[in-house]
Design a protein around this ligand. Structure first.
Ligand code: AMP
Ligand code: GLY
Length: 423
């Protein structure tokens, strides 16, 4: 089987690694890919938003199965283009990817189908939004409706901050058109957990839980980023929480999408807040998380391609999804200055030290090849993942492995997985 992966970050590297392990896969292409993915796949210089060129490439090269890793092409309708060309593709259609593409849509869905989430109101007019804020309880959360690279959420402690936030999002258009509409939401406190799941339109199979660290600096300080590190499983995701989520959130979401005439096939990422009143949905994503995929996929026992094919063919009920009884931690090595401004093009040394070491992975996020050398090419550069018998061992192993690689301006958080000690 020939597989095409669309994307070029750490998540796609983890997906490519799983695809390469499948005995059914003979060749992997990745568009656009990166230097690390290039070691196991052939990188194709076509952008993830060039749907027609990608579909033409898949046709010409006899691609049997395409996996879309990224949110932008999914929300933009890449799956519909591939299906119309008669190509087999893993991911939600445009009418289902809206679960991630519009926060107003997903909040309305949850309200309609009584899926637990924070109370909210949606506004198209900044004046009405401000009038609402004036009688609301602080802190409060503002969310740009559309896709904003995971950055369209503002948590505001005071009315002044919240008013300034409405101006930034709706008038200054800090997140572009994504901010023409906003959702204003009740602030929730608790532990955050991410649960990724495979979905075939009607059946859902949850993967092992994970937790991301979104802020740039230690102690959850600094700006929001795409994610600075993850661990899996989350010790806070107990059997009781799991039972509640399966009953009131996971299947309910899949059934709601089907009832709306938008059956969801692919991966649903549930961002959950474990509040005093029970688990509630913070957000949905229509794809694997990054870097969540980098700790969840290495622990999966199943042949990933087999599971994804079952999703596309509507027979996920036949799959017994299994994870290793261990733990994994991923520490992101970033370019100093991320997420604001940073330099690129520095040589990365020591990558070969990962070769052949069982349970250690160096997923490439922002890397490129320059004159035969692997160089930094983004804010998040590498995701160093290690497994261990438990979370503490996995964390020790991951931090040890971060020392194997080096590049100028290397930056990482020192406290990924620290919450484990409080469990
Ligand atoms: P989202 O993109 O919706 O996941 O939001 C990004 C981050 O903002 C989440 O991971 C939470 O840390 C935080 N957040 C979002 N919504 C809320 C909320 N209602 N209450 C508290 N924190 C929130
Ligand atoms: N790590 C969060 C995300 O992928 O959206």
């Amino acid at each position: 089987m020939k597989v095409l992966i669309v994307g070029g970050g750490g998540r796609e590297h983890a997906i490519a690694m799983c695809a390469a392990k499948s005995p059914r896969v003979e060749k992997i292409y990745c568009a656009p890919g990166n230097a690390g993915i290039g070691q196991i796949a052939e990188c194709v210089p076509i952008g993830a938003m060039e749907f027609d060129r990608l579909a033409a490439f898949a046709k010409e090269n006899g691609i049997d199965f395409t996996i879309v890793g990224m949110d932008d092409p999914l929300v933009g309708g890449i799956v519909d283009v591939f299906e119309a060309a008669g190509l087999k593709v893993f991911g939600p259609r445009k009418n289902a990817a809206i679960l991630e593409g519009s926060k107003a849509f997903s909040k309305d869905l949850m309200k309609k189908y009584k899926i637990p989430t924070a109370a909210y109101e949606t506004f198209d007019d900044p004046k009405e939004a401000v009038a609402y804020l004036e009688q609301a309880k602080m802190p409060i959360v503002l969310k740009a409706d559309g896709l904003a690279l995971g950055k369209g959420v503002l948590i505001c402690g005071t009315l002044e901050e919240a008013k300034a936030g409405v101006k930034e999002i709706m008038e200054d258009k800090k997140f572009g058109e994504a901010g023409s509409r906003i959702v204003i939401e009740e602030f929730m406190s608790g532990r955050e957990v991410s649960v990724l799941s495979f979905v075939d339109g009607k059946t859902i199979r949850a993967m092992a839980s994970a937790q991301d660290h979104k802020r740039a600096k230690d102690g959850d300080q600094g700006l929001n980023t795409g994610g600075m590190g993850t661990f899996s499983p989350s010790p806070f995701y107990t059997a009781e929480v799991d039972e509640f989520c399966r009953k009131h959130i996971y299947q309910a979401t899949v059934d709601a999408m089907a009832a709306e005439g938008r059956p969801f096939t692919g991966v649903i990422f549930f961002g959950l807040m474990l509040t005093e009143d029970g688990p509630k949905v913070l957000e949905y994503n229509a794809r694997f998380g990054d870097p969540e995929a980098q700790v969840v996929l290495p622990r999966m026992k199943n042949d990933m391609i087999e599971v994804m094919e079952a999703c596309v063919e509507g027979r996920l009920d036949e799959i017994d999804l299994q994870f290793e009884d261990n733990a994994a931690v991923c520490v992101v090595l970033a370019s100093d200055g991320y997420p604001v401004s940073y330099e690129k093009g520095f040589e990365i040394r020591g990558l070969e030290r990962f070769d052949g070491k069982d349970g250690y992975y160096c997923f490439h996020a922002g890397t490129a090849l320059k004159d035969g050398k692997v160089v930094t090419n983004g804010g998040r550069v590498l995701g160093v993942t290690a497994k261990g018998a438990d979370l503490k061992e996995a964390r020790t192993n991951a931090y040890k492995a971060t020392e194997w690689v080096d590049f100028d301006n290397k930056y990482m958080r020192g406290d990924i997985g620290k919450a484990i000690d409080e469990a």
